[in-house]
Design a protein around this ligand. Structure first.
Ligand code: DX5
Ligand code: ZN
Length: 223
């Protein structure tokens, strides 16, 4: 299995995003947390900033939309040329559904990801796996960087990992929140293949060395 390290720029210096992206040019993807202060109690950045990052990033952008009404906004973010767009299952409006949102992302040429908060069960999504390119198992409550990894989310990751394996599909399993030297092995062992890390990468003196270090640690726990 290919393992991917995906540093979250939420932990970077927002006044110097271009040079911060340069610090992680050896990573596989750059994770961009879009928050609207409604779906989560925090506000980060939106379309104009994503459009600019898309033009200057040395590596593909992985957008994590923590916003209401993804049925309206996910296709607009996909049109920026982002490599991957992930929306929250819990945020989809009554007049829409996760499969429609995912299709609207794929139609615009981006990979479609669905994110599950720690309290959201994976079961309803297992039969929908062909509709998604990635499932994000949140390992903290979404909204803020620097929180502690929640090991109680690992059984859900295992369930998804087994379902992906049984399906033969190439669905990536992403973890996000509290991923660091101590926790990345736990997530890798449970089946994660894409590792978002904010504070552990951007808080390091040498961010690119930390990216390589995390990749090595993850690889040791894959079986
Ligand atoms: C939290 C965000 C994460 C966050 C992770 O809602 O989705 O991407 O930046 O930060 P760390 O790695 O510091 O927990
Ligand atoms: Zn995120």
């Amino acid at each position: 299995v290919a393992l991917r390290i995906d540093p979250s720029i939420l932990a970077s210096d927002f006044a110097n995003l271009e040079s911060e992206l340069g610090r992680i040019a050896n990573a596989d993807l750059a994770h961009v947390d879009v928050m609207d202060n409604h779906f989560v109690p925090n506000l980060t950045l939106g379309l104009p900033v994503v459009e600019r990052l898309q033009r200057i990033s040395p590596i593909p952008l992985d957008l994590h939309l923590m916003i209401e009404a993804p049925e309206r906004w996910a296709p607009v973010y996909a049109e920026t040329g982002a490599y991957s767009v992930t929306f929250h299952a819990e945020a989809v409006g009554r007049d829409s559904d996760p499969v429609s949102v995912a299709r609207s992302i794929r139609e615009r040429g981006a990979r479609a990801g669905i994110a599950l908060k720690p309290g959201t069960d994976a079961e309803p999504f297992l039969e929908l796996l062909p509709e998604f390119d990635m499932v994000l198992v949140m390992t903290v409550e979404p909204g803020f960087g620097g929180q502690s990894f929640m090991p109680e989310t690992m059984p859900k990751l295992r369930t998804l990992s087994e379902a992906v394996r049984a399906s033969g599909l190439d669905v990536w399993l992403q973890v996000d929140g509290g991923i660091n030297d101590d926790t990345i092995g736990i997530a890798a062992e449970a089946g994660a293949t894409v590792f978002v890390a904010g504070s552990s990468v951007f808080g390091a003196e040498d961010a690119s060395a930390q990216v390589d270090h995390l990749r090595d640690l993850a690889a040791r726990h894959v079986h």
